[in-house]
Write a protein that binds this ligand. Structure first.
Ligand SMILES: C[S@@+](CC[C@H](N)C(=O)[O-])C[C@H]1O[C@@H](n2cnc3c(N)ncnc32)[C@H](O)[C@@H]1O
Length: 384
């Protein structure tokens, strides 16, 4: 599909769809149906707002053709930067913050990092906006630990944008394409290192490196449907696997007896614990572990869960996790994924080796203009 509105569409790697949103939803529905309809009914896709929906922005820093500092996105399958002045998907105000940062980089002679020569300073800028609070977190990723005039830079930026409540900094000198180095320390240059927001009536704390959904409005829709599908009555022991900052578990905890969240990223777990405290939720616990290892051990201990939510990354889950999940005996499994291909693979495993059947699937568009689509699938334990 060719763009009718965005002049950068022929070059920019940011959007996979740029034509009519109806066609985009129809294509996403086809992808979901191809992968999941064989298991059970697929409900109509729930569409999203298509502009200014991204509460998270990730910009590469480089030079434009004139040799001026620019921020933007990589061209598809390349490391060539497409300078972007204002992306219509990004939250209102994001482009102004990026423009101020570009100016300050120039003023304080902070240079874009050159991956080949390993020279220069800054590689990426990440922004997160609390959808309800309006608070903004700025996360600066440098290629080398050299930040000229950092104090002056930070003071100037926070004065220009009072909505910025915290500024953090990390050195990522790795050669791979990961924007954040999960193993490298994050230094707080201003504020607490996190921002506050609200989601599904909960107070939420967000820090630099934890996973957080990018489309907050649709996340509320997603979580409400997922928790409804689980059919909680207040008596259940619930597993929230791949739990990030614990948001699904926290929403579910209000309707369950007990929730156990399992997440690999320790920083996300710290946020999750804080989120539970902020909301006075006490029937929830958090484990920092590989979900597969945790579930295998829990099955060995003969533990059981009544309900399981799983929301793995795009690569999906693995057989170690799925085989243990079957042993944990959940009555309902709510499988959330942004990749219908790996979701198909994992569900096939659960149906082949476990006593489950698929009740149905609900696609939700969380990422307009990208070819990603989120789907919630409810699996129920077969009754004899
Ligand atoms: C798609 S996110 C979902 C997070 C959360 N459920 C939410 O809605 O915000 C996937 C999460 O899985 C975590 N993760 C990745 N591999 C993992 C593993 N092997 N075990 C546990 N968590 C893992 C990531 O750190 C990330 O927080």
């Amino acid at each position: 599909m060719k763009d009718k509105t965005c002049p950068l569409a022929p070059y920019c790697g940011g959007c996979d769809f740029v034509g009519s949103y109806e066609e985009e939803l129809a294509e996403k529905t086809r992808v979901v149906c191809r992968n999941l309809k064989g298991f059970g009914p697929v409900a109509s896709i729930i569409g999203s707002e298509t502009t200014r929906y991204r509460d998270k922005v990730q910009a590469v820093v480089g030079y434009d053709r004139k040799g001026d500092i620019c921020t933007g996105l990589y061209q598809k399958n390349s490391h060539r930067i497409v300078p972007v002045k204002d992306c219509a998907l990004e939250f209102e105000g994001a482009s102004e913050i990026l423009r101020s940062i570009r100016r300050l980089l120039k003023t304080y002679k902070i240079k874009p990092y050159d991956e080949d020569l390993k020279s220069g300073n800054i590689r990426y800028i990440l922004l997160r906006r609390g959808h309800i609070s309006g608070e903004v977190l700025v996360f600066l990723v440098f290629g080398r630990d050299e930040f000229p005039s950092s104090k002056e830079f930070v003071n100037a930026l926070k004065q220009m944008h009072p909505e910025i409540k915290t500024i953090t900094y990390q050195v990522n000198d790795r050669d791979d394409s990961m924007v954040i180095n999960q193993d490298a320390p994050i230094k707080v240059l201003y504020g607490n290192g996190y921002i506050n927001d609200e989601l599904c009536g909960l107070k939420i704390r967000l820090s630099s490196a934890s996973f957080y959904q990018i489309n907050s409005k649709q996340t509320e829709v997603l979580y409400k449907i997922a928790v409804k599908m689980a059919r909680l009555t207040g008596n259940e022991r619930v597993l929230d696997a791949y739990s990030g900052t614990g948001t699904i578990g926290l929403v579910a905890a209000k309707k369950a007896k007990e929730v156990v969240c399992v997440e690999l990223n320790g920083k996300a777990v710290e946020d999750a614990k804080e989120n539970a405290k902020l909301n006075n939720i006490e029937n929830i616990s958090f484990v920092t572990a590989d979900a597969s290892v945790y579930c295998k051990e829990a099955a060995k201990r003969k533990e059981s869960f009544d309900i399981a939510f799983l929301d793995p990354p795009r690569a999906g889950s693995d057989e170690r996790f799925l085989s243990s999940l079957i042993k944990l005996g959940a009555k309902n499994i709510v499988y959330i994924s942004c990749n219908p291909h790996t979701q198909n693979r994992d569900i096939k495993y659960l149906l082949k080796f476990g006593p489950y059947e698929v009740y149905g699937s609900q696609p939700i568009d969380m990422f307009p203009r990208s070819n990603h689509v989120e789907t919630i699938v409810l699996l129920q334990r077969e009754t004899l």
